[in-house]
Design a protein around this ligand. Structure first.
Ligand code: PBG
Length: 341
């Protein structure tokens, strides 16, 4: 609210404490008063839980992401039941393939790791929304998000492959596909591929404004997806830019995105707010791996209160205006929100 809407009479304020009529502290006095005037609510309905999936082997904790694991497909039904049991509406899957190659061919294989994981989860917990990350970086031997020739990540040649990946996820039963490669035209290409293959009902969550961020570091350990040469600055957005994010979002909406996303969240709350104000589309924010691991690491050293910091962070993200948050804290947050203050 801008100051002019309540415009205090400053002469009255200058009269001293006995004459103060505006006392914001009155509504902070009791926990239940604070509840009544709370402007932003973080609820379990807002949460999406990311899961890293592998073909087989044991469930393994990711060293740089305490509390987050790589899940073999056979253990996924039980984990999906736990997530659904906490009333979390959705998961998003990231796959670690059996083998990587130049084209990232396991990304669209019918029996690829994500395709198997989707089938296992949907068979066990059909009501849980299953989203899939559509990208090549976990599947290519060079670790880039698209097809590479002569050291360049090719845009248009990558679009066909992303369309194939999305369709293979839809065939396996994914409800929502989430293109994150930051290729121009990827949303339109995927929409066309899905419609042509008979999946008009499968939704697209577009990583619309995805920045070339240092906060993805722990994820790249988890998904073994760091680029073997160069970096992603030739396709992901430049952190200083915010107006450009609005253009990216507008393009993805034109191309058929059902939900648009800003990523990362914490260092980009201004971008989330600007997108919220400029568009009425459903909006997601990705509370990324580095944001999670910073809180975890500080909490492990006793430097920060994990629960309070995580809930404050997630609430602050909500205050910026997204409808939903992808967060590695989803299960913890669901438990904390159930317990109450
Ligand atoms: C794939 C992808 C990445 C993340 C989500 N999808 C990594 C990257 O772009 O390097 C990062 C998520 C996180 O850090 O939690 N392109």
């Amino acid at each position: 609210m801008e100051a002019s809407r309540w415009a205090p009479d400053t002469t009255e304020l200058r009269e001293g404490s006995a004459g103060l009529s505006a006392r914001p502290r009155r509504l902070r006095r009791l926990a239940n008063l604070r509840r009544l005037v709370r402007e932003t609510r973080l609820v379990i309905d807002n949460l999406i839980y990311p899961l890293f999936v592998v073909h087989d082997g044991p469930k393994e904790e990711i060293p740089s992401m305490p509390g987050i694991h790589r899940w073999p497909v056979e253990l996924l039904p039980a984990e999906a039941e736990e997530v659904a049991g906490l009333d979390i509406p959705a998961v998003i899957l990231f796959g670690l393939p059996a083998a990587k190659d130049a084209q990232g061919s396991e990304a669209y294989a019918a029996d690829g790791v994500v395709q198997r994981a989707v089938r296992a989860i949907k068979a066990a917990v059909p009501e849980l929304v299953v989203m899939t990350d559509v990208c090549l970086c976990e599947y290519t031997d060079h670790g880039h998000c698209g097809i590479v020739r002569d050291g360049q990540v090719l845009n248009d040649e990558t679009l066909d492959v992303l369309g194939r990946v999305a369709v293979s996820h839809a065939v396996a039963g994914a409800d929502v596909v989430a293109p994150s490669a930051m290729m121009d035209g990827q949303v339109g290409a995927i929409r066309a591929a899905l419609d042509e293959a008979g999946f008009p009902q499968v939704a697209i969550l577009a990583y619309a404004a995805k920045y070339a961020s240092a906060f993805y570091g722990p994820f790249r350990d988890a998904a073994d997806s760091a680029p073997a040469f160069g970096d992603r600055r030739g396709y992901q957005m430049d952190p200083p830019n915010a107006r450009e994010a609005l253009r990216e979002v507008a393009l993805d909406i034109q191309e058929g995105a059902d939900i648009v996303m800003v990523k990362p969240a914490l260092a980009y709350l201004d971008v989330i707010r600007r997108v919220r104000d400029a568009f009425d589309h459903p909006l997601a924010a990705y509370n990324v791996s580095g944001e999670y691991s910073m809180v975890k690491a500080a909490a492990q050293r006793g430097w920060i209160d994990e629960r309070a910091a995580a809930l404050e962070m997630l609430t602050a993200i909500r205050r910026a205006g997204p409808d939903m948050i992808l967060t590695y804290f989803a299960k913890d947050a669901a438990r904390w929100l159930r317990e109450g203050d």
